[in-house]
Write a protein of this length. Structure first.
Length: 454
């Protein structure tokens, strides 16, 4: 990277791309880029002095191929004009995953992989290092509410990375320590079936030099890697790291002892509610313990954790009325989130809003989505958010809708969402999805405050 003056990003507004863009600017490069639409992330980049444009126009590409590195996200269509142009005009062009591999090469890389849970876990891990005074650089898949960013920087050689399995991106990484949170079937447009997903995660584990900490029950063993293999779980005593003496208060916060191979860290409490976040906290604490962070500092950091935007994000909570937003876009994620919401708000009527993400994912997991969403009391189902995909004949949100046994459900367009919610008496509301449903969060929050008070 040192030979370049300019680094140009195609798809700069993505959560992973924007973190790398911020890092490159921090390192002194001239950074600019394209994204399809303005967003809160692109607005923040522009405020930080990074030029962003929103039309496919080669005039914005820096003119000298010899001193310009181009980084693109695989979410960009291969026939996109700017991407075609830089490939045909001699620019050095790298995928996002490749540059992340180069940045972490030679560093103490602590990677969090998994088909769900990795964003909260990696953000927790980065927060433990930061709060303990050790510090780290971190490339996160969400916006940390403690720091208001998806990038942390530090002068040491510790780098926390969310290791993305999409497009096998995580195989560019060679971590010192890695967490594997889940290996569910996902991204079947890339992998075709669960066996190939598992194969990729085993290949990732084989690239770890020190310790792999896998969710208890996952098929990751000493046969797959030369690294030490340890396990974690929420409360399964067979795992090397797990919670014991668990107590839950009336607001859904848990106090517990963190059992580990050398003893117990007593009196732990994660600063956000839900048993899922206890499990994420155990995974992050396990990496910190293996890395030498003192137990008392881990305990203090867990309690100070404020969460990640769009990850079990509670926007409104008064007696009798609550609103939670979550990025969940896989059946297992939705099921876990609903379980945690039920645990925090027992006996309440739960209305779920779901925006499916990708035609292929909807097609491949329609039955799983239906089963997970059946656990709500009422469902408001939106149209599919296509992201990078073209429509697939016969694949609409109706294939989820038709497989559900829940009687209280409706199918609407997203433009009708606010009007629909206004007409309903809401007890506990959750919005799910990885598309553009986040554009409605503030309006929904404002509506809840107006109707039910602060």
């Amino acid at each position: 990277m040192k030979k370049y003056e300019n680094i140009y990003f195609i798809g700069i507004g993505g959560i992973g791309m924007s973190a790398i863009a911020r890092y490159c600017r921090f390192k002194g490069y001239n950074v600019s880029g394209y994204d399809r639409t303005p967003s809160e992330l692109t607005e923040e980049l522009e405020k930080e002095g990074i030029a962003v444009h929103y039309e496919d126009n080669t005039a914005f590409v820096p003119g000298n191929p010899d001193n310009t590195l181009v980084i693109y996200t695989p979410a960009i269509p291969q026939d996109m004009g700017e991407l075609v142009y830089v490939r045909e005009h001699g620019y050095k062009v790298l995928k996002r995953s490749r540059i992340l591999g180069e940045i972490t090469d030679g560093e103490r890389c602590l990677a969090v992989a998994g088909t769900h849970g990795k964003t909260t876990t990696s953000t927790l891990l980065a927060h433990i290092f930061e709060h303990s005074g050790c510090g780290c650089s971190a490339f996160l898949g969400g916006i940390s509410k403690n720091y208001g960013t998806n990038l942390l920087t530090a002068p040491n050689d510790i780098v926390v990375v969310e290791a993305d399995e999409f497009d096998r991106s995580f195989l560019q990484l060679h971590p010192e320590t890695a967490v594997i949170t889940a290996m569910d079937a996902d991204h079947l447009d890339i992998y075709s079936d669960l066996a190939h997903v598992t194969e990729a995660f085993k290949a990732f584990a084989s690239q770890v030099s020190g310790t792999v900490i896998a969710k208890y029950g996952l098929d990751i063993t000493a046969r797959d890697t030369s690294a030490r293999v340890l396990s974690y779980a929420y409360d399964d005593v067979r795992a090397d790291f797990h919670a014991e003496n668990i107590c839950k208060d009336e607001c859904g916060y848990f106090t517990f002892g963190l059992k580990h191979p050398q003893g117990t860290v007593k009196g732990c409490r994660v600063g956000i509610p839900g048993w899922v976040n206890v499990e994420n906290g155990i995974a992050a604490a396990a990496v910190a313990l293996v890395s030498g962070i003192a137990p008392e500092k881990i305990r203090a950091a867990l309690a100070d954790f404020s969460g990640v935007k769009r990850r079990f994000d509670i926007h409104f909570n008064i007696p009798g009325h609550a609103y939670v937003d979550d990025y969940a876009h896989h059946p297992a994620e939705i099921a876990a989130a609903i379980s945690s919401i039920r645990d925090i708000f027992p006996g309440r009527k739960l209305t779920a809003v779901f925006q499916p993400h990708l035609y292929t994912r909807t097609r491949d997991f329609a039955a799983g989505f239906a089963a997970a969403l059946d656990q709500a009391d009422r469902l408001i189902l939106l149209d599919i958010y296509p992201a990078r995909e073209e429509p697939i004949p016969g694949v609409t949100s109706e294939i989820i809708y038709d497989k559900m046994t829940l009687a209280d459900k409706i199918l609407i367009k997203k433009e009708e969402l606010l009007e629909t919610l206004e007409a309903e008496d809401i007890d506990t509301l959750v919005t799910f999805g990885a598309g553009n449903i986040d554009r409605y969060i503030q309006n929904i929050t404002d509506m809840m405050k107006r109707r039910y008070g602060k």
